[in-house]
Design a protein around this ligand. Sequence first.
Ligand SMILES: *Cc1c(COP(=O)(O)O)cnc(C)c1O
Length: 295
Amino acid sequence: MNIELEIFSPVHQLKNELFDKQDLKVFIKRDDLIHPLISGNKWRKLKYILKKASDQNKTHLVTFGGAYSNHLLATAAAAAKFGFKATGIVRGEEVENDTLFLCKLHGMQLIFVERESYRDKPSLFNKYFADDDEAIFIDEGGASAEGANGCAELVDELTEIYDHIFCACGTGTTAAGIINGLQKHQLNTEFHAIPVFKNGGFIKDEIDRFLITPADYQLHTDYHFEGYAKTNTELINFIKTFVADTGILIEPVYTGKMLYALYDLAAKNYFKPGSKILAIHTGGLMGLLGMKEKF
Ligand SMILES: *Cc1c(COP(=O)(O)O)cnc(C)c1O
């Protein structure tokens, strides 16, 4: 099986008065343009997971997520594209929404499980698929060393050197991969992780477990807006202004919080004048469809 996608992820400059005044050059890497559904970091994380599945003659992808999971949708779309069967084990009672509609449209089977049993994913996998030799376990969010390896390739694509790179964090796999990529290229770029959860300090352990060599990086734990998928008027207004000013779509769960952090730090004179900063657009735009009422 040939598991390849042609990557289109250009870097665009973000211009505005704040960045001019502070003498900052700010760019955004458009991983959101990689694929409409196998979007952003989700393709990067799946790439080597799917290659491993194919090498092991596994034809059935089994993975996990919440009812709005970008990873479930990316897995469903990738399974359809590359000829795998897919099952999504979904946290919580049975619901219908746009994300799950698109998962099903791509042929993914959904199994809804109550929150308590959802915690133990390996035992859920065994419960349903112990006898299926063709099934492969893929952790929630694609969290894995293979996932980090795919994300490290983002750094191979960079043609300029940046002083800072910003990225939103869920499982921390993408952050770990990018840090590994920076180390591989011996770059002194400072990496900034923005956890999207409350009390996001725990993400340090999650990132560190996928680092090839220990590394320093910045963890900004104050930009969660009260928790995962939580928003407020300030964040929504920031997103509206950003989208209208740049023509680049972002959403409130990940990229909105990450860019809010970058803009807020810039306004607080956090960066040295002359700094070059790169924000990673990790995609996930389908998530917007579930949040229309917040706008
Ligand atoms: C899943 C997702 C993330 C989180 O990536 P991790 O590797 O789990 O940290 C960030 N941004 C978007 C848009 C996502 O969909």
